[in-house]
Design a protein. Structure first.
Length: 302
């Protein structure tokens, strides 16, 4: 039996996605958010990130995409409600540059196996995510949540893993229970960049990367550094680590916009990534900047 990643590559080659012009020469933002801001629904946006206390909508995104020469994007949930998932899907249907939605659903719910079959019929929905970083230790070991993830395996939906670095061992156990499920690790598991700590994150993410059904988003790094004083040199050891662990074929570039704005402009983050990957070969850059996201999320560009 072929490994999951081999099956997904073969499927994409048959569909012609690997030959798509977007993947060969373009750029896809594999991780950004949209929201109508309210203080009640976005309590995590405190005074320290006051610049995020406003609406960020599709028209704002499209201006950023054009300025940064980005061809399309994957929008990711920021609230854990069915209402937001429905809203993001409606926005994606009306916005050609949004190629896919990673939404939220109550994965641990008793009715989830039936619900996920309905969700999988939504052409713009490419994955689901739960904000595990906000959950107590052991959440990913829970029977109900694992039951729900098993139900996802009957669909093409990806599960996005949002954790802090201290949760990497728990996430590895979790992923080992689901070898046929596609996973994407968000924000390189949020290492302690602000204090320049590499271990034990480096060892643990290398171990996680041994699972071929896991890819990793190169995103969310400036907010784990000191947003006001980080440098490219400070980020380089973390970039080097994920390149070594996953290889360019299992990395996808994302911005975490608008959250990234507390430490970098949208275009500025792309400039940093393009500079870092400038010495990589054409196929490697194509994978990081578009092909990996296209392949793993089965994105359609028309």
């Amino acid at each position: 039996m072929m490994l999951w990643i081999e099956k997904r590559v073969a499927t994409c080659e048959m569909e012609g996605l690997m030959r798509n012009d977007v993947t060969r020469s373009g750029t896809i933002d594999a991780h950004h958010h949209l929201w109508h801001y309210t203080a009640e629904e976005y309590g995590w946006i405190d005074e320290s990130v006051a610049e995020l206390r406003r609406d960020f909508l599709a028209e704002d995104l499209q201006r950023e995409l054009a300025a940064a020469r980005v061809d399309g994007a994957v929008v990711v949930q920021a609230r854990q409600t069915d209402e937001e998932t429905r809203w993001l899907l409606s926005v994606a249907r009306e916005t050609p540059h949004i190629f896919g939605v990673v939404g939220w659903a109550e994965i641990a719910g008793e009715n989830f196996p039936a619900h996920v079959e309905q969700l999988a019929q939504e052409p713009q929905l490419v994955g689901l995510r739960h904000v595990v970083q906000a959950e107590p230790d052991g959440f990913l070991d829970g029977a109900a949540f694992n039951r729900g993830v098993r139900a996802m395996q009957h669909t093409d939906l990806v599960y996005d893993v949002l954790i802090y670095e201290r949760q990497l061992e728990e996430a590895t156990r979790f992923i080992d229970r689901h070898p046929q499920q596609a996973f994407v690790l968000d924000h390189i598991a949020k290492p302690k960049i602000a204090t320049s700590e590499l271990e034990p994150w480096r060892k643990r993410i290398a171990e996680l990367a041994r699972r071929p059904n896991v890819c990793c988003k190169v995103s969310g790094m400036v907010t784990e550094a000191n947003p006001k004083s980080w440098t490219p040199e400070q980020l380089r050891p973390y970039l080097d680590t994920v390149v070594e662990a996953f290889g360019p074929q299992r990395l996808m570039a994302g911005t975490d916009w608008p959250v990234c704005l507390v430490g970098a402009s949208y275009d500025g983050w792309w400039s940093l990534l393009r500079d870092y990957f400038a010495e990589f070969n054409d196929n490697e850059r194509a994978s990081v900047f578009a092909e990996c996201a296209m392949r793993v999320y089965s994105l359609q560009t028309d």
